[in-house]
Design a protein around this ligand. Structure first.
Ligand SMILES: *Cc1c(COP(=O)(O)O)cnc(C)c1O
Length: 300
């Protein structure tokens, strides 16, 4: 019931499938892009999908305060703060690291939206079990929405893809792997799910996705580890130029932490002619554009 209230606030009718034509070696190739970034400015993209069943769980729990974890630039913190404001849920964000002299744009906005912040020194932050057990009155959402409920919520993304069975390849950015597990859960047999890891050498990723997906779902997954651009939230001029290019050519806005790296991987595969004539490619734009606010602070 409450969730429908939130769904009404978000523009669920406004998630277009944008199709662009990309020149390959010998021919043009169509790529469809599911623009989840257009859902809502802060509750954007995959984070809303991962949150929805946790929010529902909060209302069912009878608890008074919702709490979760994240870093200073976290899209999960941004989405949680925005969703809690819309639903009038009191919420607390446990933020990794000492309290900074100047808050990141993400944290500034979260506070403005009514989220209380608790800064936790990095070593203590790692022990989330302890933090949760010391605060049993809160309804806890795992960091990044990782977990079974997050996976189920992410599977709902498929509801916005018409003729989903026609896509042979689906590309998306991978952080915790929750969204990828959801996409695997809702995929059609034979589809190739291409997860682009945004972290350097995140070798536990496969195991973490496997904890949320079945073995047969896992057999449809291919993880790409070569597009991290130096590591999580790292970037270089090539990536920034690519983002600029995609905006100029196709009017696709990308964020430097997730979607730019995943879309770069897709375009590279296309350029190298790795898709056959029969292949049909879908890119899931997972949102996260609020993270780009830190670019303007750097003066870029
Ligand atoms: C969090 C995030 C991801 C990664 O999602 P996971 O479910 O953690 O793998 C991808 N894209 C964007 C824009 C995100 O904010």
């Amino acid at each position: 019931m409450y969730i429908n209230q939130l769904k009404n606030t978000l523009r669920f009718d406004n998630v277009p499938l944008q199709t662009i034509s990309v020149k390959e070696k010998s021919r043009n190739h169509d790529i469809s892009i599911l623009r989840l970034d257009m859902l809502h400015p802060q509750v954007s993209g995959n984070k809303w999908f991962k949150l929805q069943y946790y929010l529902d769980g909060f209302f069912r729990s009878g608890k008074g305060v919702l709490a979760t974890f994240g870093g200073a630039y976290s899209n999960h913190i941004a989405a949680t703060a925005a969703a809690c404001q819309l639903l009038e849920i009191p919420c607390v964000g446990w933020i990794r690291g000492e309290e900074p002299a100047q808050y990141s744009p993400t944290l500034e906005r979260a506070v403005h939206q009514g989220m209380q912040l608790r800064f936790v020194e990095r070593t203590a932050y790692r022990n989330k079990e302890k933090i949760m057990s010391e605060n049993p009155d809160y309804y806890w959402i795992p960091e990044g929405g990782y977990g079974h409920l997050g996976m189920l919520g992410a599977a709902d993304i498929w509801n916005y893809v018409s003729q989903k069975e026609t896509y042979s390849h689906v590309f998306l950015a991978v952080g915790s792997g929750t969204t990828t597990a959801g996409i695997l859960h809702g995929a059609t047999i034979g589809q190739h799910i291409m997860g682009v890891s945004v972290m350097k050498n995140n070798l536990s990723l496969e195991k973490e996705i496997a904890a949320l997906a079945s073995p047969s779902e896992m057999s449809q997954l291919q993880l790409l580890h070569g597009f991290h651009f130096g590591g999580y939230a790292q970037k270089n001029d090539e990536l920034l130029a690519f983002m600029h290019d995609m905006w100029q050519q196709y009017r696709i806005p990308l964020d430097f932490v997730y979607t730019a790296k995943a879309f770069y991987a897709l375009m590279q595969e296309a350029r190298e002619g790795n898709f056959s004539e029969k292949n049909k490619v879908l890119f899931i734009h997972t949102g996260g554009l609020q993270g780009n606010q830190s670019l303007s602070r750097e003066g870029k």
